[in-house]
Design a protein around this ligand. Structure first.
Ligand SMILES: Nc1nc2c([nH]c(=O)n2[C@H]2C[C@H](O)[C@@H](COP(=O)(O)OP(=O)(O)OP(=O)(O)O)O2)c(=O)[nH]1
Length: 141
């Protein structure tokens, strides 16, 4: 029987014109690609709770104005089917820098401009951005 789809929540943390990315390590899917902070939805969690928890666990940052943006279904192989929920948020304290709190999973966190995104990017995210998805509120562009 095929495994169940996994539900991930990924967060576009926006600071001025920039987005926070981390390069994934080899142990999980999307090895060595740049992705957003995020992780798997736990039983009973809202998307907002999952976003805040994963961002705090991975970067030490607290986020506010957490909003749902979109969701996508990606079949990556005959074993991996992801349902990715994309959220947007801002830093509670814009002066605070991200820490790499899970160095076994991530090489470090860096802010990138939407016009100068890091490569290679995690496949599902690359596809969304190539399709023209823009996580910034329309009034700020
Ligand atoms: N972190 C992250 N996950 C993403 C992104 N895009 C995307 O489809 N996902 C999917 C992949 C995974 O199925 C799921 C969770 O990702 P993950 O691999 O980072 O999870 P994790 O180990 O940190 O989570 P956990 O098991 O500790 O809860 O979300 C993204 O940009 N960042």
């Amino acid at each position: 029987m095929s495994p169940a789809p996994e539900i991930g929540v990924a967060v576009f943390i926006l600071k001025n014109d920039q987005i926070l990315f981390g390069r994934r390590r080899s142990s999980s899917i999307g090895a060595y690609t740049y992705a957003l902070p995020g992780g798997h939805l736990e039983f009973g969690e809202s998307f907002e709770e999952c976003a805040a928890r994963e961002v705090k666990e991975e970067t030490g940052l607290e986020i506010k104005n957490i909003e749902f943006l979109t969701a996508n279904s990606f079949v990556l192989s005959d074993k991996v089917h992801l349902v990715a929920v994309f959220m947007r948020a801002h830093l509670s304290d814009p002066e605070k820098a991200p820490q790499n709190l899970e160095p076994d999973k991530c090489e470090g966190w860096v802010w990138h401009d939407l016009k100068n995104l890091p490569e290679p990017m995690f496949g599902p995210l690359r596809k969304m951005l190539d399709d023209g998805f823009n996580p910034f509120p329309t009034e700020s562009k």
